[in-house]
Design a protein around this ligand. Structure first.
Ligand code: MRU
Length: 378
């Protein structure tokens, strides 16, 4: 059975609560854009593509639930409501561009339909169909990313490979399958994966809680390391590539991704290890020229000063069944905290950017990618 992070049928949406994983499997109903906003802000759902899809669908279920109650006097009323709701959803998290990209496309669509529609229903129907299509398209895009990325890597390193990944880019971070984790799945399926390593990804532990969960779920041979073990790993093991996701790729290829990505790229360069960024075109922001223009989200200090997990009695004990996670304070009281949720890896350190339409490489002698030409040509 594939891991279902987003459960959707027209008029009904629920999400797997990622704050409770891996110890508890709980689905949370999302009934409207307020619920969607809260789930994204509190990180019950996270991951750039998943955020955008849950935001779009949260409004879709709200609109479907309202149908039959004639909430809008005319098409213009429906457009106004949808645009205001999208503006509100955009305030949930700032760095991943997918949410803004989805909102922009959906807004353009309803404005176009609204210009010729006579009823609010027509606008709502167009919105719901487009939001649903985003869910379908993201899975297909992920599968193409997995295939292109695995093929590219095997051209560079034809033997069975070992890879390192960071944060969570799998079914939980997308509509399904995953981006960087999609490459790992494809390598595994093709019998070309020797071993996958995943980082813990402090402070929020997307690696140890979520990626490790997905790797175990899929029976992929994998090992968890702490973030500060990456250089030792690359020194001691033949790692073919570091594969990561992206929250926003600038026009020159500079990439904002989970905090810690930049240091992995530096370490990879030192050890001559390929550094692969995976990014559906919805993660590429051609309006942002370079990484210095990307707004980095700062999160609460308590993510750094605390840990969340199942309480156990001894270090060797495995928690059994569904257990509630508890928050444990680790850091000394009174210490100051810096908690940027993302960092920017310069294009110079990136070997290739894998999209759903193909792999982008730098022109001979160039330190940057030309994302615009690539996407325009494809
Ligand atoms: O803060 P998060 O967990 O929402 O961070 C997003 C991520 O999971 C990543 O940084 C990821 O690599 C991009 S999403 C495929």
């Amino acid at each position: 059975m594939t891991l279902e992070a987003i459960r959707y049928n027209r008029g009904s949406l629920s999400i797997l609560d990622q704050l409770r994983l891996p110890h508890q499997t709980t689905y949370v109903p999302i009934k409207n854009s307020q619920d969607g906003h809260a789930a994204i802000k509190t990180m019950q759902v996270r991951g750039a593509p998943a955020i955008a899809i849950v935001a779009a669908l949260s409004l879709a279920v709200e609109l479907v639930q309202q149908q039959g109650t004639s909430p809008f006097p005319d098409a213009a009323g429906a457009v106004k409501f949808i645009v205001a709701s999208l503006d509100y959803l955009k305030t949930s998290r700032p760095t991943a561009v997918n949410l803004f990209d989805a909102a922009k496309k959906l807004q353009a669509l309803v404005e176009r339909v609204g210009d010729r529609a006579t009823t609010g229903e027509e606008v709502v129907d167009a919105y719901v169909a487009a939001a649903e299509q985003m869910l379908v398209d993201d899975v297909k895009d992920n599968q193409n990313i997995g295939r292109f990325g695995a093929e590219w890597l095997l051209q560079q390193a034809p033997d069975k490979v070992q890879v390192l990944t960071h944060c969570n880019t799998g079914s939980l971070a997308t509509a399904g399958w995953g981006t960087a984790l999609g490459i790992i799945r494809d390598l595994h399926k093709a019998g070309q994966l020797k071993h996958a390593y995943c980082t813990e990804t402090r402070p929020y532990n997307q690696g140890s809680r979520l990626t490790a969960y997905e790797l175990v779920y899929e029976s992929i041979p994998a090992t968890l390391i702490c973030d500060n073990m990456a250089s030792a790993l690359m020194q001691q093991q033949p790692i073919a590539a570091v594969v990561v996701g992206a929250d926003r790729v600038a026009a020159n290829g500079d990439t904002a991704n989970k905090i810690g990505t930049y240091q992995l790229a530096i370490v990879a360069k030192h050890h001559n290890v390929k550094f692969i960024v995976t990014a559906p075109s919805t993660s590429v922001d051609l309006n942002t020229a370079s990484g210095k223009d990307i707004h980095i989200e700062q999160r609460k200090p308590n993510e750094v000063t605390t840990l969340t997990g199942a309480v156990i009695q001894s270090i060797d004990e495995e928690p059994k069944g569904d257990v509630h996670s508890q928050l444990i304070r680790v850091a000394a009281n009174g210490i100051g905290v810096w908690n940027p949720s993302f960092d920017v890896t310069p294009a110079q350190l990136i070997s290739a950017i894998v999209t759903e339409v193909g792999v982008v490489e730098k022109a001979e002698g160039s330190d940057v990618f030309d994302m615009k030409s690539f996407l325009t040509a494809h």
